[in-house]
Design a protein around this ligand. Structure first.
Ligand code: URA
Length: 479
């Protein structure tokens, strides 16, 4: 039996180096014990093993990515499971595509749990001011379920680059002072209690709270009780619930006066974006974090992750697609798969720079039917589109684009709240509830489904012509 010793519970590099040597030496999974310790790596146990200098066989990039996350799970068996998968990949390079394989299923479950924990940490960490003779400093207490502190560190460093901060957790603490550093775990007593920032968080929470959609069960699912004691806003919850009916009535009255549709008011559109002090970029970043936890409809269950919109927060042009496809679901980004490639070609032909637009979807989770190994796209229904309108409307309220383009019927439904016949509406603007223009055109995947080459080319040109009209209209609106 050989023992592979890793430096930390999330020691991806250590696992990778050890796993490579073991795999190349032909060591079977049953012959290895994986341990975490602070002893220097003493790989392959004894000196009597042959030196390994053969090159490592190739593994798919997706495996490396999954491994990077699964390593962070607290399941003791994770190292061994990953090593079994690695050795299997040698003879079955497509192993990860086999979602019915028990090992693959288990790895994907671990992966999903880690992703969720990563998102929870991003959503529920609350910094508080702490006394520091060297100047302003913030600290937060958080209890992750898995070993995700290092994995999340660069996210917080990017997001709070201008602050000096520490996040204390029971297993490991991370600090930012212009560069990241890590120290051993802390206790809750080391974390600060109460401060001026609490009021800011309370205001933010009160403004995103939408009384028209009050669902106490869902609220507690989104903000698990376990995290409540660290959250200043938790003290607001009973009061907000009590005042919910009154606020709904006031919102509807106010909306009527402003000429907004009831549906838009019910969706609480822009309420917090308008009342918040943050920039559109902050608003979008906060929305993205909130959407990562979205359980507004059942589609979050089978999907890998929320695929939120992408693009600059000051975009003048927003594109709304239907829902992420298989590739988007795995990558967490909109329109990067086959439909995305058609979309990119059409944008280029129409002279639109995608990097200057914001691209999102009417529904943020991939809806599919599992058929054998394949996940087949399945159209979102009206209730799912309606549930997700919350996000689309808030994205648009943060960005305030001059023009929004609906790609296909689901997107048109999301923007207008009605069933729209694309052939009737394409090529001219519709006015949305917020007074801005929507243009409706086909979905790029419609073009992919046309088998006849000449017909496909013709439809592609019509799609490009719609995009050119949008570009020209935008130029007019921009003066
Ligand atoms: N189809 C969509 O509508 N959106 C995507 O992100 C990908 C495919």
């Amino acid at each position: 039996m050989l023992t592979a010793i890793l430096a930390r519970p999330d020691d991806f590099d250590g696992w990778r180096a050890a796993a490579r040597r073991l795999a190349v030496a032909g060591v079977s999974p049953g012959e290895v014990v994986w341990q975490v310790g602070d002893t220097a790596t003493d790989l392959l146990g004894g000196d009597d093993l042959p030196a390994v200098d053969a090159p490592m066989f190739n593994v798919p990039k997706a495996f490396i990515e999954v491994t990077g996350r699964v390593i962070c799970h607290r399941d003791q068996e994770r190292f061994a499971l990953l090593y079994t998968a690695l050795t299997t990949l040698r003879t079955r390079p497509k192993l990860l595509d086999d979602a019915a394989d028990p090992l693959v299923r288990r790895l994907y479950d671990l992966d999903k749990a880690v992703r969720r924990d990563v998102h929870k940490m991003r959503a529920f960490v609350r910094f508080r001011d702490v006394p520091d003779p060297e100047g302003e400093r913030f600290a937060a207490w958080f209890e992750p379920e898995h070993h995700i502190v290092r994995r999340n560190a660069s996210f917080f460093a990017r997001r709070f680059a201008n602050m000096r901060w520490s996040i204390l957790t029971p297993n490991e603490c991370v600090h930012w002072d212009g560069e990241l550093s890590f120290t051993p775990g802390a206790t809750r007593a080391d974390a600060p209690d109460g401060d001026a920032l609490e009021e800011t968080w309370r205001t933010y929470f009160a403004s995103i709270f939408n009384p028209a959609r009050l669902k106490v069960k869902a609220m507690t699912a989104e903000m698990p009780k376990k995290y409540w004691r660290n959250l200043p806003e938790a003290s607001l919850v009973p009061g907000l619930i009590a005042g919910a009916e009154e606020r709904t009535r006031m919102m509807i009255d106010a909306g009527d006066k402003a000429g907004m549709t009831n549906a838009a008011v019910q969706a609480g559109v822009g309420a917090w974006v308008r009342t918040g002090d943050g920039s559109p970029a902050d608003a979008l970043a906060a929305l993205r974090d909130d959407a990562a936890q979205c359980k507004r409809c059942p589609l979050f269950g089978p999907a890998t992750q929320t695929v939120f919109g992408e693009g600059p927060s000051d975009a003048r042009l927003v594109f709304v697609g239907e829902q992420p496809g298989d590739s988007e679901d795995l990558a967490g980004r909109p329109f990067i798969g086959p439909a995305g490639q058609v979309f990119d070609r059409a944008l280029a032909a129409a002279g639109i720079d995608r990097a200057r637009t914001y691209v999102t979807n009417a529904v943020k989770h991939f809806k599919f039917e599992q058929r054998g190994k394949r996940r087949i796209h399945s159209k979102p229904d009206i209730s799912e589109i309606n549930a997700c309108r919350w996000w689309v409307e808030h994205e648009r309220a943060a960005i305030r684009p001059a023009v929004t383009v609906a790609l296909g019927a689901s997107a048109a439904r999301s923007l207008t709240g009605k069933t729209v016949t694309i052939s009737k509406e394409r090529g001219r603007p519709l006015i949305l509830a917020d007074g801005t223009e929507a243009w409706i055109t086909v979905h790029p995947s419609f073009l992919l489904r046309i088998e006849d080459k000449a017909a496909a080319a013709l439809e592609f040109d019509r799609f490009v012509a719609d995009l050119v009209a949008v570009r020209e209209r935008l130029a007019v609106l921009s003066g």
